[in-house]
Design a protein around this ligand. Structure first.
Ligand SMILES: [Ca+2]
Length: 254
């Protein structure tokens, strides 16, 4: 429902342009009949006179802000990740303002890492989707800000846009040697490390969904880790068709 303001700024319910306000429901306002003799309605001693009048006030419809639900920041990507998709929900022009046209745009704070995403939106829907592809070979972070705008204007304090943002992180990865054991087909990763720095190993069945296997602080110049299945990974590597690994440098856990 659009809300209304009259010339004194109070918000009131409206029925067309004519609003009936009585002394008892107008809050602090008292309306005194200029000629009490004509209605014979006198107040009790010491009380303000209670009379009703009907009058016309100017009512202006004010544009309510469009809406969009908050967007959760996705799990960190690895360098060279393919196109990513993010769903947007709760998209509307504002309460009972469905006739307004909406426009959705997205801007990246770091286009050298995450170019400005494409937004796909079909008029009348409450959802939309957004796609972006990290620039090959680049690591870092980018804040993506999504703006929904309506065409209701900003007259009389109306609001015609709203924003939500989320952070995209692309991790710096480091090379490693991978060895599959002849016997139990366990997988061992060997990598060079810097003592004192933190690293994590993640694994994925498809290069899209990633899970953290371990996080460690290096104690020497190299590190070796063997995937033996649970609890570090969901299944033993011999039980899955394929498994991708990545080793990343990470900030120290807080
Ligand atoms: Ca609106």
């Amino acid at each position: 429902m659009a809300h209304f303001v009259h010339e004194h700024g109070e918000q009131v319910d409206a029925s067309g342009n004519q609003i009936q306000i009585s002394a008892t429901d107008a809050g602090q306002a008292w309306f005194i009949d200029p000629n009490p003799l004509t209605d014979g309605n006198f107040a009790a001693p010491g009380q303000p006179e209670r009379v009703q009048r009907t009058f016309i006030v100017d009512v202006t419809e004010v544009n309510d802000a469009p809406t969009m639900a908050a967007i959760a920041s996705p799990m960190a990507l690895v360098v060279g990740s393919p196109q990513q998709a993010v769903g947007l929900t709760g998209v509307s022009a504002g309460p009972s303002e469905d006739v307004q046209q909406l426009r959705l745009t997205a801007v990246s704070s770091n286009p050298g890492l995450i170019p400005n995403p494409e937004v796909t939106f079909v008029a009348g829907e409450s959802t939309a989707s957004l796609r972006y592809t990290p620039v090959a070979g680049m690591a870092g972070t980018a804040l993506v800000t999504v703006t929904v705008s309506d065409d209701g204007g900003t007259a009389n304090g109306g609001i015609d846009s709203a924003e939500q943002s989320f952070l995209v992180s692309v991790s710096e990865t480091i090379p490693f040697e991978l060895v599959i054991a002849d016997g139990d087909k366990s997988v061992t990763l060997n990598t060079a490390t810097i003592p004192g720095k933190w690293y994590q190993i993640r694994y994925s069945p498809d290069l899209i969904d990633w899970s953290v296997a371990i996080r460690i602080q290096a104690t020497g110049n190299s590190f070796q880790w063997t995937d033996l299945g649970p609890p570090a990974t969901t299944e033993h590597p011999s039980e899955v068709d394929r498994r991708f690994y990545v080793i990343e440098k990470i900030p120290p856990p807080r």
